[in-house]
Design a protein around this ligand. Sequence first.
Ligand code: GSH
Length: 222
Amino acid sequence: MEKKLPIFWSFRRCPYAMRARLALRSAGIKVELREILLRDKPAAFLTVSKTKTVPVLELADGEVIEESRDIMFWALKYAHDPEGWLAPFYKDESAVAAFFERLDGPFKQDLDRYKYATRFADNKKDVAENQLTHRTQGAIFLNEIEAHLSKQACLSGAKMGILDFACLPFIRQFRLADMHWFDAQDWPHLHRWLAEFLVSDRFSQIMEKYPPWQSEQAPQYF
Ligand SMILES: N[C@@H](CCC(=O)N[C@@H](CS)C(=O)NCC(=O)O)C(=O)O
């Protein structure tokens, strides 16, 4: 009998789910993938997830991992980190934690208020002002990334790792808010780094499309 696989609840375009899929793939961990629609979450998902957010990983022993960051670390540690993503973590755990705090905290807030400005203001003037404020604030983080990348090939060091893959899906979104503006910024190293990720097989593999999960369907695997 085949071993029971973990169940991974996902949403293709969610940057948190993307980074979890990147880590699962790097770790070579096969999961049953259940794609959901955020506007129509299945009852089975709502029962499992306390936070009602994706991604969620349900392990065979019943443990439920709700945070994308924890899924990344769980997968990489479980599989003994075949690509060495965790090198920066073993070198300086608190620097990696601080990076995640900044990325998932202030930078994500700026990203949301920039990309979805109309959700946060009700007149055109405020929308435009907010957009500019949060783009400017987000760009401070991006300037720092550019500075790091001008000194070393990747955020995690000479090789891509946890820091790179944790933030690339969010930086991709920041770019999508206004590609013309983004591409015009003087960030030569950041543009190269992001472009290499976007054309990589790794990225296309984790962006494959799956139909939304239905309880009676045969499992689909990732
Ligand atoms: N802290 C969570 C955040 C995940 C999150 O906010 N995901 C969004 C989608 S990108 C979500 O599921 N939102 C719920 C909704 O839109 O109903 C993590 O890192 O996994």
